[in-house]
Design a protein around this ligand. Sequence first.
Ligand code: 5GP
Length: 178
Amino acid sequence: MEDFCQEILLTEEQIKKRIAEVAVDINRDYKGKKPLVIGVLTGAVVYCSDLIRVLDFPLELAFLKASSYGSDSVSSGKVVINSIGCDVKDKDVLIAEDIIDTGYTLKSLTEILYKEGAKSVKCAALLDKPERREVDVAADYCCFSIPDAFVIGYGLDYDGEYRSLPYVGILNPAYIKK
Ligand code: 5GP
């Protein structure tokens, strides 16, 4: 294991297997529908790409950028969502989110999508850190609950690095920039 990774939490195989399991529920719930899947950039790109390929209904795909301003590893609670860039009116929207931490991003995004006229909004999250929650939101579909630690890999970065790792690991605190 590389020095920047303190512990591998989820291997590539575990992630793949769990996404396929969660997709069974998603496929059941969206049968006969054509939802708009919205991947949250940049962290959810890898997860979203793997998720959509095990969904068996027709779908539309879009991405948007959500930024939470704060230091590199701590959320501030202030979320800025770039314009959605596609019409969500009367659509069933499924948000593909990499990780739910404080919950501010998911809460803001859900509110905006309903305000823009979405018919339904649900979230399929790869990771959830329930201990860190500050607002009352929950993913409708969640692959893994993880402890309160800063994780990298499988799309998740620290200061722009580590996104291409095939696994999810805990960042070695010695690598956190002062
Ligand atoms: P929330 O708004 O729920 O606090 O934060 C959601 C966003 O914070 C995620 O989409 C992700 O970008 C970032 N985030 C939260 N926890 C982690 C983590 O452990 N590692 C990384 N790389 N990003 C995280």
